[in-house]
Write a protein that binds this ligand. Sequence first.
Ligand code: PMP
Length: 442
Amino acid sequence: MPDPNHAAFVRAQGVIPGGVNSPVRAYRSVGGDPRFLASARGPYVTDVAGREYVDLVCSWGPALLGHAHPEVVAAVQEAAARGLSFGAPTLGEVELAEEVRRRVPAAERVRLVSTGTEATMTAVRLARGVTGRPLVVKFAGCYHGHVDGLLAEAGSGVATLAMPGSAGVTEASAAETLVLPYNDLAAVEAAFAQHGSQIAAVITEAAPANMGVVPPAEGFNEGLRRITSAHGALLILDEVLTGFRVGPSGWWGLENAALRSQGSEGYAPDLFTFGKVIGGGMPVAALGGPATVMNHLAPLGPVYQAGTLSGNPVAVASGLTTLRLADDGVYARVDHVASVLAAAVGEALSAEGVEHRVQRAGSLFSVFFGPLAASRGVRDYAQAQAQETHRYTALFHSMLESGVNLPPSVFEAWFVSAAHDDAAVDRILEALPAAAKAAAAA
Ligand code: PMP
């Protein structure tokens, strides 16, 4: 009997381009048949062959509490029974927006959308609408969804497939994006010196995790705030991935707590974008910021944005319940699991003499391979691309064989959840020595 995953993949490729509805799922860079999943619970996923894996993808971020948390599932079922979609405002949306503002007070007004892509697309349009300027600055290796103007030198699947950007993006649209090296404030100063009066916004991942995990150098995000303010441009902090995952108030919350403990006032961006955890596994994303900026959105202002399913009541029930359950204990557990795993991966690779560097941003971490990464660390996309990616392929397949589901790309973060209990962590730890051997032999 053919493997059910293989049969599913062949069948899928007959009707869906590449057999997947989002490119990284296709295992193009690691090779082999993607696992078609049938169910998931806590830290585990089960494929169509009935095989269970400890999951370190966590739906690419949303599953902070683990899969199918009983209270989240119950809230979704109750909401569904009351009606799937109304196309009218609901109190649940207000409660979710209030919960976001409670955690991130600078998000005085919050607009709910369905995907991170919509959130960043709207944030960029809003920045252009508010400033009347055309240009946007983004950083190489940062991914902000598949918005035309933000695909140039993007991370995530664009990096995995080694694509420079995307066909179908007009030159006019590409010309309105300035792509700069990450962690390089001098490059930002230079771009503003040349084009300052034309730049509507700088968009940055709060802590990049789509070229592998490359945390901002100390003072980088604050530096962006200083430069954008000086030139009348907006700062868009993309917390789609980090928001409500690395801490109750996202990366901004961690950074600002650290700044305040050093006696600084901290900083706030003009716009935040959120996604992933905010929906707890259902399609919810958001943008937020001061009322003076957000009120430029229709119906109050001239910047148009809308959505038939925006603030969908079933999705909102999932997000609201997830955020309400994401207390300090959840973040402490996720941090602990990340620490244990990041250390264990490093030890296993070192024991086999594999040159590497594990990088962390809060509970997000990933591994970079090769002597360059090992000696100097990875601060930008060029350095991330210079690593020995084939070692990850070997590590990935060995872990999969041992029943651990890693992200099928070296350019993605490893995601853990509060449901990763000691039994699940032990299964990962047991799988690591053989995987490190495989990486060494590759
Ligand atoms: N911004 C960041 C930082 C992301 O990581 C992602 C998705 N990985 C997006 C935006 C796009 O979100 P979505 O896939 O929901 O469109």
